[in-house]
Design a protein around this ligand. Sequence first.
Ligand SMILES: Nc1ncnc2c1ncn2[C@@H]1O[C@H](COP(=O)(O)OP(=O)(O)OP(=O)(O)O)[C@@H](O)[C@H]1O
Ligand SMILES: [Mg+2]
Length: 361
Amino acid sequence: MPFHKLLERQLKKYFGSSPPGGLEFAAFLVAVDAAYAANDEARALLERSMELASTELLERNVRLEFELEAVKRLELELRQAEKLRAVGQLAAGVAHEINTPIQYVGDSVHFMRDGIQDLARLGQHARSAAAGQDLGPEAVELLRATIDDIDLEYLLDELPKAASHASEGLRRVAAIVSAMKDFGRADSREKVMADINRCVENTLLVAHNELKFVAEVELDLGELPPIPCYPGELSQVLLSLLVNAAQAIGARRASTHGRGLIQIKTERREARVMIFVTDDGCGIALEHQTRIFEPFFTTKAVGSGSGQGLAISRSIVVEKHGGAISFSSTPGEGTTFCVSLPVDDPRRRPSSTRAERLAAE
Ligand SMILES: Nc1ncnc2c1ncn2[C@@H]1O[C@H](COP(=O)(O)OP(=O)(O)OP(=O)(O)O)[C@@H](O)[C@H]1O
Ligand SMILES: [Mg+2]
């Protein structure tokens, strides 16, 4: 029986066509031949298992890519759901906000309608008196009695006030509706130039009901240039910060029921627009400070917080706007969140170098 190929080759190389005889040498050759065969088997086994491993790796890669896609889709859905939840939560408050001005618009319009009827009565008497050209004592007396009856002085005083009350109420309703529209509008894919102060004011209008029992709001709006942004998404960020601030104040003052203070300040700092939201709430415990931007991290009771507000806010500010969001907090005393946004969109300036973009960020 021929030996293993390699062994045959070695024998030929060293001994030519006449290898040494002898039993011992023959036994040695058999042992070497067996070792070659064992080596071949081991190598075949190794190759097979490497092949299996790489197929499995490939499959796993495909599965991972698929799962990643699913996670991305889920994240998008969660984000939409969170926005809807925020809008839904506010809808009740907004209905209440609109209800108050609507009520005084209604009262004023009723008063104006009655007043106009009274004035019409006086007008009719005056017209018939004038038509008969009879301004004798009887007609004068009728006019005087009607003037007393309808309390003309009072009407002349109050009617213009009622009209301006009504138009003030309508103005407020219109402002709330327009803020709600801005807020709920799905942002287009392209950024638009928008005024951050208007975003702040709109968000405050929408959130007023949520805040008014908890905190006084102080506004200090600096002069800002319009910046390229997604205004609806930035309103969502502001709303998250405001609701968090109100909840922190509620947590600190749970026993006293006193109102806290929320300060909102905007200013331009060179190539950035800065927004600061400060509250005098419970502050953030040191051990939580590294975690608050994690998705689903919350210290709130089940049902009152899902832990998504800041995670979503960060992704809107950082990923969508190339901005930054940070905070400083003293446990027990309060917290300031700071959002900074570039005045110029570094990604849209073709001439900007990577170094310039990094400097801008
Ligand atoms: N202004 C703040 N003062 C104190 N703690 C805060 C403040 N803002 C955020 N936190 C802490 O950060 C955590 C995460 O905030 P985040 O807004 O992401 O979630 P949430 O408010 O708990 O829930 P969600 O916003 O989804 O309703 C909060 O649970 C809270 O512990
Ligand atoms: Mg929150």
